[in-house]
Design a protein around this ligand. Structure first.
Ligand code: GLN
Length: 538
């Protein structure tokens, strides 16, 4: 049976529970254990799919088509294990399940209550498909004391009781602030947070203290004493220079060893930190740099393009180059100021997106990239905009548009049932927005002698999708005559997956999201090639 590690947060959110969990996963894996990571989110949305990136950051998509919290991206990037639908659950999803059952009469006339019905469903989820794992690390979103997270905290308390405390470990991550004015480190917020946790019946076994500076021994002792935790299990995590240093830093603090000790387990092999050391060194020391512009609608919130930022950094690591991300708000981008704004840019990237706002700025930037032979990567919406730009400016189809934002124009982009009439496809609704897109991993066949075929080095690729609209295949010949190659298609040949330009050093659009599959220890070839092209452009 798997052992379960629960990670809760205290004092404030955004302390890095996801990164701590992911780093611990790497260390345990490296010591020879099999690990799965899960996230329990307390909000009422059934999944984050309908949430704005402004609110909640990126929506991370799994191979099996789940729209999940961005922390699952961290998990994948650090552990190398692909997340599944069953690895992320929200309060909304739990209630949805329970209420459906109630309507079917499956509770046999009982009063349906938070305890036991909601907590039972949470516990079922925590345990699901875990028999083959050595460890399941379960992160609880939000912080202790939030009304919303209470049922989750109650469920994990019961869980420990059900499967035995020796198979369950509680880690609490809190903030240990440093006060400049009095030059002091304060442990009180941590004490209060642990008190809160204990009032619900959970005694943490390990406390991870997030701090700006190293925590002196006497403060650790204080935390140990007041929070009733062995001093060895008071672990500090001081701000790292790059997230890739996190596994190194937790290793130094012996987090993994303390976890193994708790479960009476031995390390099966020594930890290999070399890849992280190498990456950290490249990121912190390399002198070579390229500037990449990300032109999108959600540039103000850093987490909105989390996987994308990471994937570009990975491409940089592969090329021994630091990638400077220049975020440009597409809504504020006027065609006339593009040459000035993009003057020092060596690569232009248009990421995924939704809706009309900002499309003009994106299309103008694509035109600039195409005409000035600047390396360009269009992802999902970015590819769709590249199609519209080409149709308008090279095919002279001035009304070319997407039916996502203009129902009257010429739909070079549209819902597939707008042009496939054989009824074969189940896609094509824009009525119900939750979970109805083309989601998850789909195959694309790559054309021989194309640039993309060379980049991937294979004939068939599997990439993750998240879109409702498609490039209209009926225009393929017209585009190809003018030099745009449809170099990747779905196996049935109906859905353009990849486009590229013939007379351009590097111009590629992809209907999928390659960023979800890039990992620091295995950078995605598309991003490596894009950064290489950007380096050559300078
Ligand atoms: N809005 C577009 C669609 O639904 C693109 C989505 C995206 O970029 N992820 O097809």
């Amino acid at each position: 049976m798997a052992r379960f590690i629960f990670v809760t947060g205290g004092v404030v959110s955004s302390l890095g529970k996801g990164l701590s969990s992911a780093s611990l996963a790497y260390l345990l894996q490296s010591r020879g254990y099999k690990v799965r990571l899960r996230k329990l989110d307390p909000y009422l949305n059934v999944d984050p799919g309908t949430m704005s990136p402004f609110q909640h950051g990126e929506v991370f998509v799994t191979d099996d088509g789940a729209e999940t919290d961005l922390d699952l991206g961290h998990y994948e990037r650090f552990s190398g294990v692909s997340a599944r639908k069953s690895d992320n659950i929200t309060t909304g999803k739990i209630y949805n399940d329970v209420l459906k059952k109630e309507r079917k009469g499956e509770y046999l006339g009982k009063t349906v209550q938070v305890i036991p019905h909601i907590t039972d469903r949470i516990k079922e989820f925590i345990k699901k498909d875990s028999s083959k794992e050595d460890f399941v690390i379960c992160e609880i979103g939000g912080i202790v004391g939030d009304i919303e997270s209470l049922p989750f905290i109650e469920a994990i308390r019961q869980f420990a009781n059900d499967i035995g405390k020796k198979n369950t470990l509680f880690i609490h991550l809190t903030l240990v602030p440093y006060l400049k004015s009095s030059d002091e480190i304060k442990t009180k917020p941590t004490q209060h947070s642990v008190k809160e946790l204990r009032s619900i019946g959970i005694q943490p076994d390990i406390i991870i203290c997030r701090s700006e500076r190293s925590i002196p021994f006497e403060h650790r002792k204080k935390i140990s004493l007041f929070c009733n935790v062995n001093i060895k299990n008071v672990i500090e995590t001081v701000d790292v220079r790059t997230i890739y240093e996190a596994p190194i830093s937790f290793f130094k603090e012996k987090l993994d060893i303390q976890v193994l000790n708790y479960f009476n387990l031995k390390s099966k092999k020594p930890v290999n930190l070399n890849p992280w050391k190498k990456i950290t060194k490249i990121i912190l020391q390399t002198k070579k740099q390229v500037n990449i512009a990300i032109i999108g609608k959600y540039v103000e919130l850093k987490d909105a393009y989390k996987s994308l930022d990471e994937a570009l950094t990975h491409g940089g690591i592969e090329n021994n180059t630091k990638v400077n991300l220049v975020r440009i708000d597409s809504e504020k981008l006027e065609a006339s100021e593009i040459p000035k704004k993009l003057r020092n840019i060596s690569g232009i990237l248009i990421p995924g997106g939704f809706g009309k706002r900002g499309t003009n700025g994106k299309i103008a930037a694509i035109k600039y990239a195409r005409n000035n032979k600047i390396p360009f990567l269009g992802i999902c919406y970015g590819m769709q905009m590249a199609i519209i730009e080409f149709a308008r400016n090279k095919l002279n189809l001035k009304k070319a548009t997407s039916s996502e934002f203009d129902k009257k124009g010429l739909p070079v982009i549209g819902l597939i049932n707008e042009w496939v009439k054989d009824g074969k496809t189940i896609k094509g609704t824009d009525k119900d927005l939750g979970g109805t897109m083309r989601l998850g991993s789909y195959e694309a066949k790559l054309r021989d002698n194309s640039m993309i075929r060379k980049i991937y080095g294979k004939k068939v690729v599997n990439e993750r999708h998240r879109h409702r609209y498609e490039v209209n295949i009926n225009y393929k010949d017209k585009f190809e005559k003018k030099g745009m190659v449809f170099s990747g298609l779905s196996p049935d040949g109906l859905l353009p997956e990849i486009i590229e330009l013939k007379n351009h050093p590097w111009f590629i659009g992809v209907q999928f999201h390659p960023e979800f599959k890039s990992r620091p220890l295995a950078p995605h070839p598309l991003f490596s090639s894009f950064i290489k092209a950007a380096k050559n452009h300078k």
